[in-house]
Design a protein around this ligand. Sequence first.
Ligand SMILES: Nc1ncnc2c1ncn2[C@@H]1O[C@H](COP(=O)(O)OP(=O)(O)OP(=O)(O)O)[C@@H](O)[C@H]1O
Ligand SMILES: [Mg+2]
Length: 464
Amino acid sequence: MAGVLERLELLLVAAVEEAEDDVLDAARERARALLRAGDASADAAERAALALAGEGLGLVLLEKRFAETASAVVDLLVTASARGNAAVRLDLFRELLGSHALGELPPVAAAEGVLRAAVAIGPLSEASLWESGERGLACLSLVGENAATRRMRACAREVLRKGLGRNPGRGHVHGVPVLRWGATYAALVFRARPAARDAALAYAREAASHLTAVVERERLLRRAGAHERALVEASERRLVRLGLDIHDGPLQVLATLLGDTYVLRDRLESGRGPGGHVRFLRAWLDDYALRLREVDESLRELALSLESQRLRGGDLGVALRDEASAFAARSGIDVEIDVSGNFDRLTPSQRFALAAVAREALANVREHSSASRATLRVRATAACIRASIVDDGRGFDVELALVAAAERGRLGLVGMSERVRLLGGHLAVDSRPGGPTAITVTLPRWEALSEAAVAPAAAAPAGR
Ligand SMILES: Nc1ncnc2c1ncn2[C@@H]1O[C@H](COP(=O)(O)OP(=O)(O)OP(=O)(O)O)[C@@H](O)[C@H]1O
Ligand SMILES: [Mg+2]
């Protein structure tokens, strides 16, 4: 096993994106700790290498180069190990299932990752994950061109119907149930050569026990998604009502004001005003101003209630840039903006939350920091969306400020954190007297598998 950790590190450093260097460093630390804890014995070295390999492969699980990297890693581990190929592979697969990177993926990606890992490391040639949905059998994820054939579907149906512990596979196609509380929750179906059937079943069972949590999370998100759609529909109705409010309120007042203005003009032109033009004109203008103020107030109210609508469905990058340039104009503080990644699949609540946190954090920079520069950085990766607002101002003692803010009924930082927590995310306030100050919000990816999944009908190419 000598030198295998170093060779593995070289291999993984070359395969993993630079952006993931920190995670890989943590994995190397963990491997070294395992090695030390086992007194650097051969066993400990193998355990450490497996741990590092699992974490490292987790980082490239969804990349094109995964299969190739996995095969290089397997070769390295098998050559270095005194145990056989099959034992090393199965251990590696289990490490990969427990890897940090896989745990952080949203269900849509995690399910695909598990299937990919089983196909690349185990003796399975194709695999798909199925559940019975409202509209019949639905394929949640698949790996391989023939992973959703008629025979695979039939096998999935059988596993879902007969459930617990049955193995209805014949020939090359087999299935295992994904169980929860003893009931069949979903079905994992795969293809394997008859000679490799038992080994493939072992992989499928490991995968299935991991998929229970993934499918559960997916269902929760789907339910939350339905809830959110109901909320969006409610805002849709609110918009319609706002249109009516504008029409019946300020527009009506404006129409009468316009009418009165023409009457006044006619009277002034014809000199028919009641005696004392000036007195008459003043009284008229007072009334006019009063009604203008009324329009002004009602429009302001409506604008405030519309504020958050601006973001609905819009481009988050554009909205944040607007926010930052308005801030720079008001405060004279330079804001550098750096937005990268794909925000298409953010939910409306996530958009609102990100914009609201940016707005509130920038307001704090203006009011409290005496900073000369601020940076707003937003990144979307496969696992999460992370936004940070950093200023080079005077900083503050976070704990003291939070206590004082709570006593004074201030809601800025507390409100931000609550908003983010409600979305399953995390807010970090990092500051000290003398600065700098960084506010970082991390939101989980919230896309339900179902939206990316193969539609039931499309999942059935010609059977084999
Ligand atoms: N960027 C910052 N630089 C320096 N101090 C800050 C910064 N952000 C927040 N603070 C400190 O933290 C305190 C709490 O902020 P918070 O936003 O919760 O309340 P607030 O801004 O005082 O009031 P509100 O936001 O409700 O109008 C502030 O009063 C300030 O002392
Ligand atoms: Mg504030």
